[in-house]
Design a protein around this ligand. Structure first.
Ligand code: ADP
Ligand code: ASP
Ligand code: MG
Length: 413
């Protein structure tokens, strides 16, 4: 007997018929003698709709009430699944985040899980029940409802798997696993049998939304094997696990893109110690994460500074930076551009292989795609480009690094 956490995403629970399909899969796993905890997302499109309502009501909606509103989609799906399971003759109970409870910090809109009390879920499992938990939500120590950031149900599932010491965490979605790139953009994207935690972390944080980044951080920390697979077929999925020798051989294992960021440039800012700290402190204090930062070489004691933030923080960040620079810092101009995308190539083998970045730049240049910003790490290279070239850039990079199905990925000699 194993303890299995299964998470089903928005498309998999998109209507009652699909919830019945999920119930059959859950019942099947349960009937094989396993203890099952199910984590669900809201129906697809539902959270977007709720976010839209908050934006209609307020210019800067993120805060306590924002989470109260956008957490509601999951309440509907967990109730429906438990109802269907009971109709089928199983014992089942739904749990909202605060009923478990899943305790988080108070960062509304992107809260972090701090602890999970497993007692109530264990009681339900020990009584022969199937526990159905709302993804994406928790509660802070003051009793406020919180949410874990978009795509956060993945994190609920992996964190629950860690807390319950589950044997396996299965993430059921609308594609058959983790691919070399988004299969909805590249028809010849290849499904990976296995991917290391580190590569998956880079892929997720660089835009492969199949898993939320924090879920991979949890999986790596607690060494939870995560199987990503489809709820619409029985095809084998992708196992996210510790790196092994085979994985190191592949130089580039994936291409990702992220259209969810915007660029802010501060032009002609005085180039003296402490300026960057002054500029970024207000952003940090407001909970706005800055991603890439590029500073130009100084001319006559002035420099240009460009950085990216998430689209959802763009308007707030632009306003804050304009306020900060208008005061004591002094800068000629602050300009923003939301029409950008970040494309990245990722691979554990890059650690010991030269020339990958320059090949990427050449491939983009050959298509006339201008690179606006660059950032690298041991196992990735990212370029910011005009958003209108995103799909083209992904396809040509995917081809250039030999990632398509039927091709053998480039290996080290
Ligand atoms: P769910 O609602 O099940 O959580 P998501 O929409 O969050 O599903 O994530 C699945 C989607 O991730 C896929 O439909 C696919 O378009 C996208 N995706 C992006 N990059 C990848 C990748 N490398 N492998 C698989 N899917 C990817
Ligand atoms: N429903 C939430 C969202 O759309 C959480 C999730 O799907 O994982 O972001
Ligand atoms: Mg998701």
């Amino acid at each position: 007997m194993a303890l299995i956490v299964q998470k089903y995403g928005g498309t998999s629970v998109g209507n009652v018929e699909r919830i019945r399909n999920v119930a059959r899969r859950v019942a099947n796993t349960y009937s094989q003698g396993n203890k099952v905890v199910v984590v669900l997302s809201a129906m697809s499109g539902e959270t977007n709709k709720l976010v839209g309502l908050t934006q209609e009501a307020s210019e800067f909606p993120i805060g306590r009430e924002y989470d109260v509103i956008i957490a509601t989609g999951e309440q509907v799906t967990i109730g429906l699944l438990s109802l269907v399971l009971k109709e089928m003759g199983y014992r089942s109970k739904s749990f909202l985040g605060y009923q478990v409870p899943i305790i988080t910090d108070s960062q509304f809109g992107s809260a972090r899980i701090e602890s999970i009390d497993d007692a109530k879920l264990m009681e339900e499992l020990d009584n022969g029940g199937i526990a159905v938990v709302a993804g994406f939500q928790g509660v802070d120590i003051k009793g406020n409802i919180t949410t874990l950031g978009r795509g956060g149900s993945d994190t609920t599932a992996v964190a629950l798997a860690a807390a319950l010491r589950a044997d396996l965490c299965e993430i059921y979605t609308d594609v058959e696993g983790v691919y070399t790139t988004d299969p909805n953009i590249c028809t010849n994207a290849r499904k990976l049998d296995k991917v290391s935690y580190d590569e998956m972390l880079e892929m997720a944080s660089l835009g492969a939304k199949v898993l939320q980044t924090r879920s991979v951080e949890f999986a790596k920390k607690y060494e939870i094997p995560v199987m990503v697979r489809s709820s619409f077929s029985d095809a084998g999925g992708t196992l996210v696990c510790k790196e092994d020798k085979d994985m190191e051989k592949v130089v580039v294992s994936g291409v990702t893109y992220n259209k969810g960021e915007a660029k802010i440039s501060v032009l002609r800012v005085p180039d003296r110690p402490g300026i960057a700290a002054k500029l970024f402190r207000p952003l940090t204090e407001t909970g706005i994460n800055v991603d890439m930062i590029v500073q130009n070489i100084s001319h006559d004691a002035h420099t240009d500074l460009t950085f990216t933030v998430s689209n959802s923080d763009y308007k707030r960040a632009l306003k804050l930076v304009k306020e900060t620079t208008a005061g004591e810092i002094g800068a000629k101009e602050v300009v923003g551009d939301p029409n950008i995308a970040k494309v990245s190539i990722i691979g554990a083998g890059m650690r010991s292989h030269a020339g990958i970045a320059s090949k990427m730049f050449e491939v983009l240049a050959n298509e006339g795609i201008n690179i606006q910003m660059i950032s690298t790490s041991e196992i990735k290279v990212s370029c910011v480009i005009d958003v209108k070239y995103t799909e083209l850039a992904v396809r040509v990079l995917h081809d250039a690094f030999g990632l398509g199905s039927g091709e053998v990925a480039e290996e080290k000699e």
